[in-house]
Design a protein around this ligand. Structure first.
Ligand SMILES: CSCCC(=O)C(=O)COP(=O)(O)O
Ligand SMILES: [Zn+2]
Length: 214
């Protein structure tokens, strides 16, 4: 155990969870060209004090190496002896953990999550209704409509991070970065995966539906 009460075995468990989900999502081609990043929270949570395991920056996420993950603190600073650099997008993870207290955050770039925003060029949300998979977000009303927040893809990650609090929708565990990709989260790694898969399905549905009406 270290001074913060974090057990090494819990860190290793988080690394193992990241390795498993990384392999599954990589097989689907959801990490093209080294894109994407994944994190799992470790230990106790206070909004201004927490740690999480995250993918190292710039790695090919379709291969496993002994140097793929590191532990960082609530500011995104390494919280272990390591030469690895955390994901360039770590501050987005920090802000989502701080605001939601969630347990895992997954970010992928896909054709679907890039194209879907093109259907709504003037809007800062993607509206979705009439699809059974909305229930994956634990929304059970028959005619539910959800609105997925969309943020601009600024080059400076802190500029994106500071916008998150203003757009978070408590019903919707995700944020889309326009022309970039989706961030999805959940209380557990299992829930984060379910949410990510639901977003990807729903975006694909909107794209194919739009092409039907042409
Ligand atoms: C080549 S992808 C550009 C960076 C990005 O959007 C991403 O998701 C991967 O960045 P990381 O630093 O986490 O590898
Ligand atoms: Zn990205």
């Amino acid at each position: 155990m270290n001074r913060e009460g974090i057990k090494l075995e819990h860190v290793q468990h988080a690394f193992d969870e990241l390795r498993e989900i990384k392999g599954i999502l990589a097989q689907r081609g959801w990490f093209p060209a080294t894109s994407g990043n994944l994190s799992v929270r470790v230990g106790d949570f206070e909004p201004n004090h927490f740690q999480f395991a995250i993918t190292a920056s710039g790695k090919d996420k379709s291969v496993h190496t002994p140097e793929d993950y590191l532990l960082v603190d609530e500011q995104g600073k390494p919280f272990m002896e390591t030469a690895l650099k955390p994901s360039a997008e770590t501050l987005i993870h920090c802000e989502i953990y701080r605001l939601t207290g969630c347990g895992a955050i997954y970010h992928v770039h896909t054709m679907g999550n890039n194209l879907v925003a093109e259907l709504f060029p003037e809007q800062d949300v993607i509206p979705i209704s009439g699809v059974e998979l909305i229930k994956a977000f634990n929304i059970w009303e028959e005619d539910a409509e959800i609105q997925v927040p969309v943020l601009p893809n600024y080059a400076q990650i802190p500029r994106i991070a500071e916008l998150i609090e203003g757009v978070l929708n408590p019903q919707v565990p995700g944020i889309l970065l326009r022309n970039h990709g989706i961030y999805a989260w959940g209380k557990t790694p299992f829930e984060a995966k379910r949410h990510l898969e639901a977003f990807e399905f729903l975006f694909e549905y909107l794209i194919r539906k739009a092409s039907l009406s042409k």
